[in-house]
Design a protein around this ligand. Sequence first.
Ligand code: FES
Length: 195
Amino acid sequence: MNSEECHCNKHEGGHGAAPCGEPDRRGFFKKASAVVLGALSVLAPIGAGLAMVIDPLRRKGDGDASRFLRVTTLRSLPDDGVPRKFPVIANRVDAWSKFPATAIGAVYLRREKGKITAYNVLCPHAGCFVDYMAGDNDFLCPCHDSRFALDGKISSANSPSPRGLDSLVVEVRNESEVWVKFQNFRAGVADKVPA
Ligand code: FES
């Protein structure tokens, strides 16, 4: 007998026969299960693919995060108070790609009586690179003539920069390595706001 056939107790009065509607229900559940399983088999790979696409976006890239980076050694930074410019090199990582070591910025380091100070080379006015002027022993931004003293403060009343040079945190590690917590800050504003 076909399992889908119905033997109705009401009409036949028999015992043990499947009640009316039972095969229909079984058929319905079978079909519903097939539909659900089919949908899952399609949706699961889509979900996995979507997770792969979205996951890198949720991960924090390494390229722009403020973090300590090894910049130089004490040997390359004489204790004479003269600022020296160093590139800041990092392995840049964005949402999907890893880039080889690249210069992500630059800093001025100055060592005097054992103390090291660091400044981001970007002018806080509009982001040009400031130059160290050995003759005047200060910093000058060539774009709009902002001037900064060795301690980073604005040194000229005509400087359009809204704040002094952006100081950075420095650490000496492993006795001779100079590490800087490298960060860029928003240009054109008086407060030092991380970019
Ligand atoms: S960008 Fe430096 S003074 Fe304008």
